[in-house]
Design a protein around this ligand. Structure first.
Ligand code: SAH
Length: 213
């Protein structure tokens, strides 16, 4: 498929939604999302929707991927350093992150999806993406501290391990259940004077679960 043209159209939609970070838009333009979905869904790969990837999980909506990565990059010049992603799924967002960060650690709790992501990403030969199998609620201490942490699954709270593993000056972007009982995007900045938490718009992500399966 002539995917460059359809991706460019998708990126224009994402820009119209308010995402303006040039590095993020370039990454969205570069990564071939159709390589992360089943062949039956390829013709929907450049619509701004989430799609099933098996085991009850979904590939995130491109507009939300772009929005979250823009939030992650906010206030930061040039490439981010090490980034941790919780919830690899099919590996799409990890591939996008690989364009804006020096190193990407991405952890998935479902073995089947961890393996699927490895297969999907092989084609891209991204030497800076490190796929891990495990419970991302514990973060991944060996890669810490992180310049950025991004979660693709939403829990009741932001796990303490994530805040602990964030570098001072780093940012965390995650869906979490807020006071209203809904899921919202939450940004946590770790500053020298402490942690600053900001709640943004409502979102709909698959649940963050503990343990592996
Ligand atoms: N990043 C993916 C989105 C995958 S959906 C994309 O690019 O589209 C979110 C994923 O989070 C699911 O695969 C789910 O299994 C995973 N997940 C949920 N809780 C987790 C946890 N505690 N640790 C690691 N992965 C988790």
């Amino acid at each position: 498929m002539d995917s460059l043209a359809v991706r460019a159209a998708l990126v224009r939609k994402i820009e119209a939604q308010g995402v303006s970070h040039p590095g993020v838009l370039a990454a969205m333009r570069a990564v071939e999302r159709h390589r992360f979905v089943d062949s039956a869904l390829v013709n929907q790969a450049y619509e701004d929707t989430s799609l099933p990837i098996g085991l009850g999980q979904t590939i995130s909506k491109p507009g939300v991927v772009a929005r979250m990565i823009e939030l992650l990059c906010q206030g930061h010049e040039g490439r981010l350093g090490r980034v941790l992603e919780i919830g690899t799924g099919c590996g799409y967002q990890a591939a996008v992150l690989s364009h804006v960060a020096r190193e990407v650690y991405s952890i998935e709790r479902l073995k089947g999806l961890h393996e699927k992501a490895r297969e999907n990403l092989r084609w891209f030969r991204l030497s800076n993406v490190h796929l891990l199998f495990g419970d991302g609620m514990l973060g991944y201490a060996r890669g810490a501290p992180y310049a950025g942490i991004i979660a693709a699954a939403g829990g009741e709270n932001i796990p303490d391990a994530w805040i602990d593993q964030l570098a001072v000056g780093g940012r965390l972007v995650a869906p979490a259940v807020t006071g209203a009982g809904r899921q919202n995007l939450v940004v946590v900045e770790k500053t020298p004077r402490g942690v600053v938490r900001t709640e943004l718009e409502a979102v709909l992500f698959v649940p963050l679960k503990s343990g592996v399966a």
